[in-house]
Write a protein that binds this ligand. Structure first.
Ligand SMILES: NC(=O)C1=CN([C@@H]2O[C@H](COP(=O)(O)OP(=O)(O)OC[C@H]3O[C@@H](n4cnc5c(N)ncnc54)[C@H](OP(=O)(O)O)[C@@H]3O)[C@@H](O)[C@H]2O)[C@@H](O)CC1
Ligand SMILES: Nc1ncnc2c1ncn2[C@@H]1O[C@H](COP(=O)(O)OP(=O)(O)O)[C@@H](O)[C@H]1O
Ligand SMILES: [K+]
Length: 490
């Protein structure tokens, strides 16, 4: 499991750890890891041109100490000081001792970045490596103008960019980016991931992320704010039939989807459900012929959901058009229900809130925006807050789809994030496959949080396998699910 902790939690853990260690020890651990990661990234340190962007906090201190290590290995290191009068004194002294200099000064100590704006920009543009130590977890609000200008200049440079702890300008706790931010090739983060490193849009600014162990793990609480399942975690969740299994024990998933206008949505939801581990897939709705001709193993009912027979979880909504009564009927069932697509629009909020069995809602950003009464961009810019808010309003588990998929429970607690997907998944019908898959996992007994996050994981992986660098249709994604499943279990 990859976990991420909020700034508040990190601060508390940091205090506890610092009290046990000699002063400065944590920063030395951080700087050592940072310098090693920089060296790995650029390959050859000796003779390389390194520019440090140094804010007045400890993030800048990390950059300076790491810069000193690189200077000792023969790099030409120049520090751009955003607030020279408040720079980390020990870090600056270490850099100067190691032969580094202050950018814009030409000679060494004493001059400020403001002494030569042109020189600073030129240094950034000519650098092999830029180390962004402007601001880390101490950042608040969007970058201030001086810092924003530097971030823009970094964007124009061909240098490799390493962010210290976080790319400056992104919100550590939420993944929101307001205004300018540094775009990094690599982010070297200390002690634990921060939620922002795993959630778009900030995740995109971070590049690849390397975690440096500074000993914080021992003092962090058991429950994180955010967690990302890995192969082993998903493998543990996936239902595997035993010797005594039969199709009912494995779970029956009911799919109430499709319409005369959109029969394909029913077929795709069934295609996902058949690969989700349930023992049987039952279909109710007007697309029975289309479903059976593609998947003869489906149990098709011409009755409504209430009379369709035994079902351990329902999926309702994909391609449902305006069939509000089926959505209402499914919501009355005392089994887990997944509500997707048109179902999200048609579901009565009070009916969802009144349910006692789990409900899993699976909106994309546009659907979530409509439910929250805000613009789509607002949801895309603040995914974590949006998923949590929706979960709380509906008293349901919410899986917010997109480049990073989030799954949040109504009661709060840890939020799961999934990043196995690929932009190739942005293709019509791939969400229908996901809802069938997640519904199937619900039917086999997983909680809404586990079913949603395991389904998102498999679906993302299947998308990668199906696309493999070329466009794939939603049905290709469904067909790649068994391969994803095997990959996870291996
Ligand atoms: N946690 C750990 O265990 C360890 C943490 N370590 C490191 O410490 C870092 C945290 O250091 P920190 O607390 O000194 O804060 P930091 O991120 O440098 O920011 C404060 C500075 O930023 C400024 N500033 C604020 N907002 C801004 C904005 N929008 N735009 C521009 N500037 C802005 C703010 O200015 P001020 O408000 O004071 O004027 C102040 O100068 C952490 O990220 C990690 O790198 C490691 O060394 C070891 C272990
Ligand atoms: N840029 C992206 N990167 C990764 N996954 C994506 C991206 N865009 C969409 N997806 C995934 O593709 C699926 C699309 O679902 P959805 O928007 O409901 O499509 P549809 O309604 O056509 O079925 C979701 O699983 C979503 O997470
Ligand atoms: K930074």
């Amino acid at each position: 499991m990859r976990t991420a902790y909020s700034v508040e939690t990190v601060r508390a853990a940091e205090r506890e750890l610092m009290a046990r260690l000699p002063e400065g020890a944590l920063m030395q651990r951080a700087a050592a890891g940072l310098a090693a990661a920089c060296a790995d990234l650029i390959g050859r340190v000796y003779g390389s041109r390194v520019v440090l962007l140094v804010g007045s906090g400890d993030n800048g201190g990390d950059a300076l100490y790491a810069g000193a290590r690189l200077a000792r290995r023969g790099a030409a290191v120049a520090a751009v000081l955003l607030a020279p009068e408040r720079v980390h004194p020990g870090g600056l002294a270490a850099l100067l001792r190691a032969g580094g200099r202050i950018a814009g000064s030409g000679t060494g100590a004493g001059a400020a970045a403001s002494a030569g704006v042109g020189a600073v920009e030129e240094a950034i543009l000519r650098a092999d490596l830029v180390v962004d130590g402007i601001v880390g977890i101490g950042g608040t609000g969007g970058l201030r103008p001086d810092a924003a200008r530097l971030a823009a200049c970094v964007g124009e440079s061909g240098a490799a960019v390493v962010a210290v702890d976080l790319p400056s300008g992104v919100d550590a706790d939420t993944g929101e980016v307001r205004g300018a931010a540094v775009r990094a090739d690599l982010t070297v983060t200390f002690g634990t991931h921060k939620p922002g490193l795993l959630i778009d849009p900030a995740r995109e600014y971070a590049g690849s992320v390397r975690l440096v162990d500074i000993g914080l793990g021992d003092v962090l609480p058991a429950e994180a704010e955010l967690e990302a399942l890995q192969h082993v975690d998903v493998a543990r969740l996936l239902p595997v039939p035993g010797a005594e299994s039969d199709k009912y024990r494995r779970g029956v998933v009911g799919i109430a989807a499709g319409s005369a206008r959109y029969p394909g949505a029913a077929v795709l939801a069934v295609s996902g459900a058949l690969r989700g581990g349930a023992g049987a897939v039952r279909y109710v709705g007007p697309a029975g012929d289309a479903v059976v001709s593609r998947f003869p193993e489906t149990l098709v009912s011409d009755q409504g959901p209430a009379k369709a027979g035994r079902v351990q979880a329902w999926v309702v909504g994909p391609g449902a058009g305006d069939d509000a009564s089926t959505v209402a009927e499914v919501l009355e069932a005392d089994v887990p229900v997944l509500v997707d697509a048109d179902g999200l629009r048609l579901a009565d909020r009070d009916a969802v809130r009144a349910r006692t069995a789990p409900t899993l809602m699976t909106p994309h950003a546009g659907e979530a925006a409509a439910l929250l009464g805000v613009a789509r961009e607002e949801v895309e810019g603040a995914r974590l807050a949006s998923a949590r808010e929706l979960a709380s309003r509906y008293g349901a588990t919410v899986l917010l789809k997109g480049s990073t998929t989030l799954v949040a429970d109504a009661a709060g607690g840890v939020v799961r994030v999934n990043a196995t997907g690929t932009p190739w998944l942005a293709t019509a019908g791939s969400g229908d496959v996901l809802s069938g898959l997640a519904g199937s996992l619900l039917a086999s007994g997983l909680s809404a949080l586990d079913a949603g996050s395991a389904a998102a994981y498999l679906h993302g992986l299947a998308g990668r396998f199906a696309a493999d660098g070329a466009p794939a249709g939603a049905h290709d994604v469904a067909e790649a699910i068994p391969g994803a499943w095997r990959d996870v279990r291996d």
